[in-house]
Design a protein around this ligand. Structure first.
Ligand code: FAD
Ligand code: NAP
Length: 341
């Protein structure tokens, strides 16, 4: 069998949705588990970077070592009970294609996560979430290979330590395991509909849908997202650049006096989540442009590449935003995007 080809000094421009033009020392596309095992065994110096769809990534410099573009494909039905269907999905499947696959079979649970870019294998990394639903709500387990290729491990939800846009794979086990497949538990019937978040209900009203199906919810989410988020194929971006900060109720109350229109959502006892997009907009960054880097004019949480920005320019803009938000509100916002610097 032919070994996967390792390219040298390979451009990653087409492999990150920011469209940053940097190169990797070495690059390999892997399509089977056997090939992945071979590549890991033969390159066990630890300098490996795993790449899915590159939609949650800011590359600010040349990537050293070996970049593995994980392109494992396949969706497998595991078992079905009266209430649930278990499905195993290979890491390289496109997340939104998988969502459409579930909707075509009337399997419920990830309709609110429609149109999130990227791969299935990366979904557990930050416990992807949108419109009140998170990956962890349907996650059963995932299978991962250690970065040195020495062993395979199954992670349960508890092992993954899922948090708000976070998991053990972003913390203690960062770049230590390669997720090769994810096992989901999806509902066959009695779907739990989440329509109260963001503009979903308003969009359903606009569509004149009183009793929505999971397919209707997906359509509503797709319509909202298409209207306010920049399409990475047209303007480079990585979605929300920062996480929404969670602050104390006391801090929020004091900010409310100075900024009566500040939005906040209760987040556990005595904690409030504040939309970072609002903070950034209030600091005057919405729609601004610095060279090729900018802040999207419809959603201030999204930093964009207007065509020829370097990763450093985008990072510099992000740091200016962090500083101004900190000075104005005494809130430290942190990147959600994985920054390679
Ligand atoms: P990549 O960007 O390729 O990788 C992200 C990180 O995970 C990197 O550190 C990489 O090394 C690591 N990684 C990737 N694959 C694996 C693997 N198989 N095993 C181990 N490590 C791996 N996110 C949300 O949560 N909610 C949203 O609503 C949302 N909306 C977005 C909208 C837009 C327009 C864009 C551009 C992004 C959005 N995102 C959103 C962010 C992004 O789509 C998700 O985080 C997605 O899961 C990233 O997948 P990816 O395959 O592109 O990961
Ligand atoms: P939005 O509806 O304009 O709301 C702004 C923020 O307020 C959101 O970020 C959301 O926080 C929070 N929010 C809204 N309704 C809420 C509720 N009922 N309870 C608690 N928090 C609430 O947001 P948007 O920008 O259009 O995004 C819509 C959804 O898609 C959000 O869930 C967002 O996270 C997700 N999204 C994520 C990315 C990404 O790259 N991570 C990019 C685009 C959209 P949360 O973000 O915590 O949900």
């Amino acid at each position: 069998m032919k070994k996967p080809v390792i390219h040298r000094n390979y451009s990653l421009k087409a492999y990150n949705t920011f469209g940053i033009d940097v190169t990797a020392d070495r690059f390999v596309e892997v399509r089977t588990l056997e090939d992945l095992q071979t590549v890991l065994t033969e390159n066990n110096d630890g300098d490996i970077f795993v790449l899915g769809g590159g939609s949650n990534l800011l590359l600010t410099k040349h990537v050293t070592g070996l970049v593995i573009f994980l392109n494992l494909k396949g969706i497998q039905l595991l078992q079905t009970s009266d209430e649930y269907t278990m499905v195993e999905v290979a890491a390289g499947e496109v997340w939104h294609d998988f969502v459409l696959w579930t909707l075509a079979r009337n399997l419920g649970g990830i309709e609110n996560l429609s149109l999130i870019p990227g791969s299935v294998g990366a979904a557990p990394i930050q416990n992807i979430g949108a419109y009140g639903v998170e990956l962890k709500d349907v996650f059963e387990s995932c299978t991962a290979i250690s970065i040195d290729g020495s062993h395979t491990r199954t992670f349960t939800a508890a092992d993954c330590q899922f948090g708000y846009r976070s998991s053990v794979f972003k913390l203690d086990l960062k770049q230590k395991y390669i997720i090769v497949s994810v096992q989901f538990r999806l509902k066959n019937k009695n779907h739990l509909l989440h329509t109260s978040y963001g503009n979903i209900q308003a969009e359903l009203d606009k569509m004149h849908i009183a009793k929505p199906s999971i397919q209707d919810i997906s359509k509503a989410v797709i319509a909202i997202r298409s209207s306010k988020l920049p399409n990475p194929k047209e303007i480079g971006n990585s979605g929300s650049f920062f996480k929404n900060p969670v602050i104390s109720q006391t801090h929020f109350d004091s900010l409310k006096t100075a900024f009566p229109d500040i939005p906040g959502y209760p987040n556990g006892s005595n904690l409030v989540k504040v939309p970072a997009g609002w903070l950034i907009e209030k600091c005057g960054f919405k729609g601004i442009r610095q060279g090729g880097a900018g802040v999207h004019d419809k959603q201030a949480l999204v930093l964009v590449n207007y065509g020829n920005a370097t990763g450093e320019e985008i990072l510099s803009l992000a740091m200016q935003i962090q500083e101004k938000v900190s000075k104005t509100f005494n809130i430290q916002i942190t990147p959600e995007v994985n920054v390679y610097a």
